[in-house]
Design a protein around this ligand. Structure first.
Ligand code: B1M
Length: 210
């Protein structure tokens, strides 16, 4: 078994420390971080996602696997993101109200930080009012919103409406993403950008600065 398939399997078993150790080992062996992410960490979560859909595993197992995946991405981050670099811009990032999924958001954060942004991460299940407060407090160039459920995607539009109501819509670019989101939905709710994946999100944020 290769290190990458071991990582995929250990993510599904929720073995956080072992995942972290193997990510470090793969990095030491010269494996590209993107390959570790795609063929190890995300492959494991993708396989578990199928078993979740088929009712072969349940919320507790997926939750434990998510912790292992997040620990693995933290290990990647410590090797990817340089320290003491002057930020090129600031992003406020959140998973919207009612939604507890944070793996995609954390990857977006990782890629944004890797691209040189300072990221204010508000976490998951963040109400629109708290996001407005953060925009007022931190004055970010970009507001990045993640949603993973068809039942929570509308909350991204609610945040944009709240920015309008607060009179600050023109002060920040809004980027949206997450599995159920697409370009058409982003346009419909008045977002400035949509990205399908985390690296695209970092590119879109950089394009705003230009
Ligand atoms: Co949930 N869940 N979940 N879940 N979960 C999904 C999303 C689901 C598709 C599973 C399924 O049924 N097949 C389904 C949604 C169905 C739907 O809405 N149509 C689902 C459901 C139903 C639920 C619950 C309702 C289950 C229940 O309680 N019965 C519940 C809801 C809880 C809540 O949020 N209120 C629930 C709970 C959970 C856990 C807590 C157990 C756990 C989350 C743990 C955590 O995040 N810490 C969990 C997980 C892990 C999943 C699956 C298995 C994996 C999601 C994931 O992390 N993928 C998921 C099935 C699946 O996707 N295969 C599923 C990996 C991640 C890297 O991908 O987040 O898509 P993703 O991010 C991508 C892109 O979307 C993009 O970049 C990333 C890749 O580079 N992206 C952005 C994301 N945000 C972006 C923002 C951007 C740009 C790009 O710009 C701002």
């Amino acid at each position: 078994m290769s290190v990458l398939s071991d990582i995929a399997e250990l993510v599904q078993k929720g073995k956080a420390q072992e995942v972290s150790d193997l990510v470090a080992q793969a990095l030491d062996e010269g494996t590209a971080p993107q390959q570790i992410l795609d063929e190890g960490l995300l492959k494991g979560m993708g396989e578990l996602g199928v078993r979740f859909k088929n009712n072969e595993v349940f919320v507790p197992e997926v939750l434990i696997a998510a912790r292992a995946l997040n620990k693995g991405t933290e290990t990647l981050k410590s090797r990817l993101v340089g320290e003491d670099i002057k930020p090129i811009g600031r992003v406020v990032l959140a998973t919207v109200a009612g939604d507890l999924h944070d793996i995609g958001k954390n990857l977006v954060k990782l890629m944004l930080e890797g691209a040189g942004f300072e990221v204010i991460d508000l976490g998951t299940d963040v109400p629109a009012a708290k996001i407005i407060d953060a925009v007022n407090e931190y004055h970010p160039e970009v507001l990045a919103l993640s949603a993973l459920l068809t039942t929570t995607m509308a909350a991204q539009g609610d945040v944009i409406k709240a920015l309008e109501a607060a009179g600050i819509r023109d002060k920040v670019k809004v980027m949206v993403g997450g599995a159920p989101i697409n370009e058409a939905f982003a346009k419909e709710i008045g977002a400035d950008a949509y990205s399908e994946d985390a690296s695209g999100a970092a590119q879109a944020a950089k394009a705003f600065l230009a």
